[in-house]
Write a protein that binds this ligand. Structure first.
Ligand SMILES: [Zn+2]
Length: 229
């Protein structure tokens, strides 16, 4: 008796259960919000494009959002939507799984309750992650709290952390709050951008600028010397 692990769903059990379910699901059962499958800056369909996501879970055609960033820098900040990504550190390339060319689904469950993982960019079911998380907790009682919050992606097995690596792809207010909180933690506690590239401190940036000025001056001096010789 006691703590028998027999009834506890293991990671592999959960994954195979969902793979089986996904196979028997009809695509007509699934109705996805139109906003999810179009680019949030150009409104063009995402299908067959390289897709990136921001920290609020909005999806973009990479080419279109990069174009937007470049134009924004040229035109100055006036009139630009401050919530849209402004640098490459604000976006991440995603791996999407399409069904019937018009629905993005989780490659494991076939579900449309989607989120994506910062370390690998896989778009997977959020419910599945929650299930796996619960399973991990029950099966591994000896781990410390921090270790418990980490797992591996159900699609590619790359490790991620529940606390700050999950971005919900859902425009509902609740999801936005969730995404803002995890991003805040990432930025303030870990000093990382959405893309998980380190945030450079302003002092360091100033020094780099000075250095580049120095390089320019040096070049000018060299030119002068050449002319005078
Ligand atoms: Zn992955």
């Amino acid at each position: 008796m006691g703590n028998d692990g027999g009834s506890i769903a293991k990671r592999q059990d959960i994954l195979s259960f969902h793979k089986h379910q996904a196979g028997s699901q009809k695509s007509s059962d699934i109705v996805q919000d139109d906003n999810v499958i179009v680019c949030s800056v150009s409104s063009l369909p995402l299908r067959n494009e390289i897709v990136v996501g921001d920290y609020l879970g909005r999806l973009y055609i990479k080419e279109k959002i990069v174009e937007y960033m470049l134009n924004r820098n040229l035109k100055s900040e006036n009139g630009a939507d401050a919530t849209l990504p402004s640098t490459l550190s604000d976006i991440l390339e995603l791996k999407l799984h399409w069904q019937d060319d018009k629905t993005i689904v989780c490659p494991v469950t076939g579900g449309i309750d989607l989120c994506y993982l910062r370390p690998c960019g896989c778009v997977v079911s959020y419910k599945l992650l929650q299930e796996l998380h619960k399973g991990d907790k029950r099966n591994d009682q000896s781990s410390s709290k921090m270790e418990l919050s980490s797992s591996t992606c159900p699609n590619c097995e790359i490790p991620f952390t529940f606390d700050y690596d999950v971005v919900l792809i859902d425009q509902a207010e609740k999801a936005a709050d969730f995404n803002k909180k995890t991003y805040e933690y990432l930025a303030t506690q870990l000093k990382l951008h959405h893309s998980k590239k380190p945030i450079k401190e302003k002092k360091k940036k100033r020094k780099q600028e000075d250095d580049s000025d120095g390089v320019l001056k040096e070049k000018k001096n060299k030119k002068k010397k050449k002319k005078s010789s």
